[in-house]
Design a protein around this ligand. Structure first.
Ligand code: NAD
Length: 494
């Protein structure tokens, strides 16, 4: 990756986009269009088909037909693997172009997007491709007179609804296990981050995925997403996004066919720093990266810093210095460490959180404002708010922006109470050199992930999911396959 190649790609004109349904690029049923705008400079990038309920119905019917005819669902796992591996190869060959296209649409710094988007999507597809022909059914430990078999079967049609922050990575976390297991999929990207998912869906066809097995319907959440939620033809809905939308999806499922809903939602993740952390300077740097990279638009962002009172002032000073040292700016510059806030709406929301926290008694130590206004884009300085009381809105609610809430604690017990004191339970961090304390904290903190003496590290081998109002079910790891499979028992009298 070099700056000249990025600059050449950023100038490319992107033509109008349609849905991908039944292997064809098609317009919306009523011809509707919507614009997609770049947070880099506020300019329109291109138009997308603005999906309708009829488009969803058509995609679901096609997906069902493809599923029933067995062109994919009844292929031997080794044959599906071959196509998926080819798909990963095609994605990887376009990794830089995909990364640049994605950054133009969502504003993530290219250094992060290059690894976290196409590269990660290709790795995820390979992981499930390689897993699927190594997965066995079971013979149950029954009495001798019978044989009990447990088959794993694809569920049928999977609906996937994904957000804008990491469309390819999160999209692949759903698409790869769902397709590997033999399902057909209808995918709805976020209205403001559809381009890269449309492109990889086209590459799937090129790799040999039969038409109709993977469909992409673009459009607005309350129209396309709602139609998917209410569809009688979708068997499993895999969602990543906000809690408010997750709640709606559960309602849609209850009002329609009781489809299984897997919800990967937001977080307000605590990052607990004890005075005996092995390297406080490193802890400050990693903690700053844990909240500020991608302008805080990361579901597992370390958005609450809980720091032991005896080191509070020094530690927070080091963190503020790290925050102020980040280079915020053009996400397509290799120099940039923090890119754009995704939209005007998101930026306004971030700024409102800061004002409100100040009104509730928190102190703004750095940041808090919009910057780089002359670019026409949406940028915000990394913001540290200290003295954030645990019951205030900033301590309790996800900002999804570069705003850190700092709260001191005195004892381990108080740290646990504060860490567990929100409705969320997605990620967390603990910094200590005391092994026993680290294990006590791992058990005590209510979250899907506990990082120890680091923050944010992960790979495909481990699940990512939340507890409480951070959702249910997990993406990644072999466990994710079960979301897209049904178990079937055969009970044979011998
Ligand atoms: P969002 O809920 O607004 O949108 C997510 C998706 O849902 C989009 O595709 C959107 O079009 C669709 N949608 C919106 N309204 C809908 C409706 N009424 N019916 C059906 N679908 C609808 O969330 P967002 O702003 O795109 O993403 C940010 C949120 O996602 C944050 O809360 C973040 O923490 C969360 N997130 C979670 C994870 C995780 O793994 N847990 C990962 C990334 C992001």
């Amino acid at each position: 990756m070099d700056q000249a190649s990025i600059d050449a790609l950023r100038a490319e004109v992107i033509g109008p986009q349609g849905h991908l349904i039944g292997g064809q690029v098609v317009p919306a049923s009523d011809g509707g269009l919507m614009e997609t705008t770049s947070p880099i400079d506020g300019r329109v990038l291109t138009t997308l088909a603005k999906g309708t309920g009829a488009d969803v119905a058509r995609a679901v019917a096609g997906a069902r037909e493809a599923f029933e005819d067995g062109c994919w669902s009844r292929q031997p796992p080794a044959a599906r693997k071959k196509v998926l591996l080819k798909w990963a190869e095609l994605i990887e060959a376009e990794a830089l172009a995909l990364a640049v296209m994605g950054v133009r649409e969502n504003g993530t710094e290219i250094s992060m997007a290059y690894k976290a988007e196409a590269g990660s999507a290709a790795a995820t597809i390979r992981y499930y491709a390689e897993a699927i022909d190594k997965q066995y059914g079971e013979i149950a430990p029954t009495a001798d007179s019978v044989l009990g078999l447990v088959h794993r079967e694809p569920v049928g049609v999977v609906g996937a609804i994904v957000p804008w922050n990491f469309p390819l990575m999160i999209g692949a976390w759903k698409l790869a296990p769902a397709l590997a297991a033999g399902n057909s999929v209808v995918l709805k990207p976020a209205e403001t981050a559809s381009l890269t998912l449309l492109r990889i869906a086209a590459l799937a066809l090129e790799a040999g995925l039969p038409p109709g097995v993977l469909n992409v319907v673009t459009g607005e959440g309350p129209v396309v997403g709602e139609a998917m939620g209410l569809s009688m033809g979708i068997d499993v809905l895999a969602f990543t996004g906000s809690g408010a939308t997750g709640r709606r999806l559960l309602e849609y499922a209850a009002r329609s066919n009781l489809k299984r809903c897997y919800l990967e939602l937001g977080g307000k993740s605590p990052n607990v720093v004890f005075a005996d952390a092995p390297d406080l300077a490193l802890a400050a740097k990693v903690s700053a990266a844990g909240i500020f990279r991608n302008a805080g638009q990361v579901c597992v962002a370390a958005s609450r810093l809980l720091v032991e009172e005896s080191i509070h002032d020094d530690f927070v000073a080091a963190l503020v210095a790290a925050a102020e040292a980040f280079r915020v700016g053009d996400p397509l510059s290799l120099e940039t460490q923090i890119g754009a806030v995704h939209s005007e709406r998101q930026l306004a929301q971030n700024l409102h959180f800061v004002d409100e926290a100040e009104a509730e008694g928190a102190q703004r130590l750095t940041g808090g404002g919009r910057i780089l206004t002359d670019t026409g884009g949406t940028y915000m300085a990394p913001t540290v708010m200290a003295g954030v009381a645990p019951d205030t809105r900033l301590a309790q609610n996800e900002v999804f922006g570069p705003v850190l809430a700092v709260t001191p604690f005195r004892t381990e017990g108080e740290a646990v109470r504060l860490a567990n004191g929100t409705d969320y339970g997605l990620s967390s961090g603990v910094w200590t050199r005391d092994l026993s304390r680290a294990h006590r904290m791992i058990r005590a903190v209510r979250a899907g992930v506990v990082h120890v003496n680091t923050y944010g590290g992960s790979d495909l081998t481990v699940p990512l999911g939340g507890v409480g109002q951070s959702g249910n079910g997990s993406d990644k790891s072999l466990h994710a396959l079960a979301k897209y499979e049904n178990l079937k028992t055969a009970w044979i009298q011998l």
